[in-house]
Ligand binder design. Structure first.
Ligand code: NAD
Ligand code: TDX
Length: 332
């Protein structure tokens, strides 16, 4: 039996991973989470009390991090400031949490010689042209665009340096855009679903031609567990499910699945420096570790996600108004 310390486990992907881990292994899990605006304890409701514990704290707090890292077998690091738009308004918490927080964890992992898995994003590679057949692979050079992605890239480089210099037992995964339950309403898909459920309209940045490579959060969790259990130390694995879609098509599909006219959306101000296209080649993960996505049909995965938001209004309602007020201030 393994004891896991999961940072950021009250956030979107971290909470999905905790549910997955407790359902698919006999492990015990401690979540360390600061409960920023993005953390929600309700995402961890219903977990078995004898195998799960929540600790409220900051990954930049070296004392609490040292104590928790020293008492677990494996650290899985999800905690981050994660939203590109927020990083354009105020980059400072991104530098603090994503860089200083990762450094604080790595130092504790080094002291206690604990297995570490680092969760990162495909955005560290920058973006691709819309008509470029290329996809990101493990050998693509880093070229991040935003304050968010540059701090994630910096955190990945810290991990690589700690592996090489201090022989820390770490792996890294860079995943594409996730969707599924428990995602904050500031993000693209939940924002549009809840706008429509609220009687409003989806908001598309610019012309909506930007492409994202969608993967269901449960498929991401399965891939991370495979890498922790069977991945090679020091290696990076890209995680993606061949889910490329442009934003306009996604908005139109959400409207169709919710029984609305496909053109009932608004164009709003574009994001500064908006990355054009992300696309992942996950051959290494599939061939080396035998991982495959279970959600191969985006339409079905999206319909399930819409049902989840329809049935869990009490989960998202408290954040909706403040989130839309922030967007109104930037004309988005
Ligand atoms: P999220 O914003 O939903 O959740 C982040 C969580 O981290 C929250 O619970 C928050 O309270 C917590 N947190 C923030 N600062 C903290 C701190 N200083 N100390 C402790 N906890 C803190 O984010 P998410 O979308 O679930 O992303 C999780 C991770 O996955 C991030 O590292 C992100 O870069 C990465 N990622 C996300 C996506 C995506 O599509 N969302 C894709 C690839 C990689
Ligand atoms: O209202 C919107 N309208 C819109 O057109 C919002 C919120 C977004 N968009 C566009 C911007 C992007 O092209 O939709 C796309 C997806 O936007 P986000 O959900 O903000 O995701 P993105 O910026 O692509 O980053 C996400 O994937 C990679 C996560 O937020 C990151 O944490 C992850 O690293």
């Amino acid at each position: 039996m393994t004891s896991y310390l999961v940072t950021g486990g009250a956030g979107f992907i971290g909470s999905n991973f905790v549910h997955y881990l407790l359902a698919h292994t006999d492990a015990t899990v401690t979540v360390l989470d600061k409960l920023t605006y993005a953390g929600n304890l309700a995402s961890l409701d219903g977990l078995p009390a004898d195998r799960f514990r929540f600790v409220h704290g900051d990954i930049c707090d070296a004392a609490i991090v040292d104590e928790l890292v020293g008492s677990h077998d494996c650290v899985v690091h999800y905690a981050a400031e994660s939203h590109n738009d927020n990083s354009l308004t105020d980059p400072s918490p991104f530098v603090q949490t994503n860089l200083v927080g990762t450094y604080t964890l790595l130092e504790a992992v080094r002291r206690h010689d604990v297995r570490y898995h680092h969760i990162s994003t495909d955005e560290v590679y920058g973006d691709l042209e819309l008509d470029d057949p290329a996809r990101f692979s493990e050998s693509t050079p880093y070229n991040p665009s935003s304050p968010y992605s540059s701090t994630k890239a910096g955190s990945d480089l810290l991990v690589r340096a700690w592996v090489r210099s201090f022989k820390v037992a770490a792996t890294i995964s860079n995943c594409s855009n996730n969707y599924g339950p428990y995602q904050h309403v500031e993000k693209f898909i939940p924002r549009q679903i809840t706008n429509v459920l609220d009687g409003g309209r989806p908001k598309l940045y610019g012309a909506g031609q930007n492409v994202r490579d969608w993967i269901h959060a449960e498929d991401h969790s399965a891939a991370v567990l495979k890498i922790i259990e069977a991945g090679r130390i020091g290696e990076t694995y890209l995680i993606g499910a061949d889910g490329e879609q442009n934003n306009k098509d996604v908005v139109e599909l959400i409207l169709e699945l919710l029984g609305q006219p496909r053109d009932a959306y608004d164009h709003v101000n574009d994001r500064a420096g908006h990355d054009l296209r992300y696309a992942i080649d996950s051959t290494k993960l599939r061939q080396e570790l035998g991982w495959q996505p279970a959600y191969s049909d985006f339409r079905t995965g999206l319909a399930n996600t819409i049902d989840w938001y329809r049935n869990n209004e009490n989960w998202w309602r408290p954040q909706k108004q403040a989130t839309e007020a922030k967007y109104a201030a930037t004309g988005q």
